[in-house]
Write a protein that binds this ligand. Sequence first.
Ligand SMILES: C[S@@+](CC[C@H](N)C(=O)[O-])C[C@H]1O[C@@H](n2cnc3c(N)ncnc32)[C@H](O)[C@@H]1O
Length: 652
Amino acid sequence: MPKSIKKVAMTSEDIPEEKMVELKQIFPSAFAEGKINWEKLKLTLGAEIDEKVEKYGLSWAGKANAFKAIRVPATGTLIPQEKESVDWDKTENVFIEGDNLEVLKLLQKHYREQIKMIYIDPPYNTGKDFIYKDNFTENTSDYYERTGQSKDGVKLTSNLESNGRYHSDWLTMMYPRLFLARNLLREDGVIFVSIDDNEVANLRLIMDEIFGEENFVAQIVIDGTPKNDPYVVSTSHEYCIVYVKNLDAAKLAGYGLTNPHYSAIQEIWVGNQPDYKKVESKLKEYFLINNLKSDNLSNYKFADEDGVYRIGPIDDPQNSGPKDVRLNPLTGKPCKIPNRGWSCTIDTWSEWIEDNLIQFPHDDMVAPSKKTYIYSDRTDVLRSYNKVQTRKDTDHLKRLFGTPITPFSNPKPRSVIYDFVKNCNDKNLTVLDFFAGSGTVGEAVFQINAQDDGKRNFICVQLPEMIKIEGGMSNKEKKVAKAAIDFLTSINKPLNVAEISRERIRRAGEQFSKGDIGFKSYELSKSNYRQWNTITDKDDEQKLKTQMQLFLEKPLVDGYDEESVVYEVLVKEGFSLNSQVSQSVIPGKLGIKVWQIIDGERRMFVTFAKKLTQEQAGSLGLVEKDIFVCLDSALDDTTKVNLVRNFNLRVI
Ligand SMILES: C[S@@+](CC[C@H](N)C(=O)[O-])C[C@H]1O[C@@H](n2cnc3c(N)ncnc32)[C@H](O)[C@@H]1O
């Protein structure tokens, strides 16, 4: 099929458009002239349609705005900040400074279904802790301007309970971010969201709506320091809500922490079977040598043709199990019925017999036992209750920054994130945190990789929220802000939270001598593509003409920086932020400069040459799947038609 000449993508993906394409593939008959025919769709779905007016679900003032926020594509771009980065050329970790809604949109094309784990610790909605962008048609820079914020951002709106939309505003902020985050998760991926009592109920409801309640996994309790000024009850815990993208896929993904001795035990079985008595005596020896005699692991002292196993009671812990007569297949006589009744129904009993999961005695005065094979036992899977010492991490930050007071309050305990990442049981995963704060996720990833030679990497996103001392702050908040301001001033950095995060990650990396301890830093910025200004004065034909002329002749903003444009093309064409970007010169007397972008198997070439001949473009040796990007005005029509036969041509 002949390819067409396309304009480079000017914005991020159009999410609703893309969902329409998916819908069209499933129900082609429900579409006419590109639009959905509701009646036909209803007929196709038949009984699945709920016609009732009253429905179960969560609704709030502004839900329509949340959907609008998803629909408006991002016009901004990410520009590299090499000087702020560590090991730019080698690292696979990414730090992005900017508003996470816009950033999540820009990540959609490349990172869709690529992320195994997302951890976020969003503002808990305590009255003044979140920034809320309510006009989705503008880009971040315009938003900063309109709201009188500097590029470094300050808190715009305190979300006070008295404003009447206290929970609504928080939900409108969270919903689009979670929706876009879900797209980035792999089918077997998991998301952890920290939250406290303020919004836990609402969060569960929107998570149910976005991820599906069938994909809910747990509401982990993180028990830390009791809050000050308790009345009636002193609350000392918060939560971490866990959902997976698709429970069936996650079940097969092997989550959990495998005991390091499991593989040695497995080897004893493999090396000595079918002499299971020998396997059992070797296991005994192994537990003795490794000082495991009093460890639960030493319960795995039996072996048969299916592996090494332990045995446990088969009676009902609730003391209310069935007490029907069940036969011992070894003796052909009834088994001893447990006093508390059987722990399973007769159907499950039959399945267990089939799967060799019951150990029958030769003596019918003894009750049978339930077998658990070592390969199926993930005793070290995450628990839903976690006791932490928050002080340890505050002290750790003080030490890292060398400050008497922490410059960031309430960093999440590293041990919690460490366990979440470790529990994924995947040494190559990517972790995304789009409310990065002090960058705890970055440090946890460094730490785990250093311990087990893993190749995990992270993407952290943090708003450059300005740090300043304001009225209405508590004494503690003022002290923390002052510590941050003094620290950032001492290292000559702008006074915003993204600087704190980056510096934390830099310093955290220095603690480890192994693994990738670098990161590439990017900044969310205005697009390099000229933006269309709506002309409201209908009579002003001249203005319109001038603008159209400008678009044709100068599609890029005045004084644009080539590297920034290259990265904008890279992001919007869906290349990895870890792509290799280099420059070369097309051989020949004109010496035309070309940027080369390599992302695994994918290659893209970008040039800003004012005029290009077919020979010059041809001399790059591009193949059919390569992308070549140049100015629209650089090629005449015949050359365009000829080039597009050989590779993908995009014009700016
Ligand atoms: C509760 S803190 C996260 C703390 C972090 N887990 C840690 O261990 O340090 C939430 C962070 O999200 C940031 N944030 C809030 N709104 C944001 C937005 N729209 N985009 C990016 N970051 C945002 C805040 O500046 C704050 O640093």
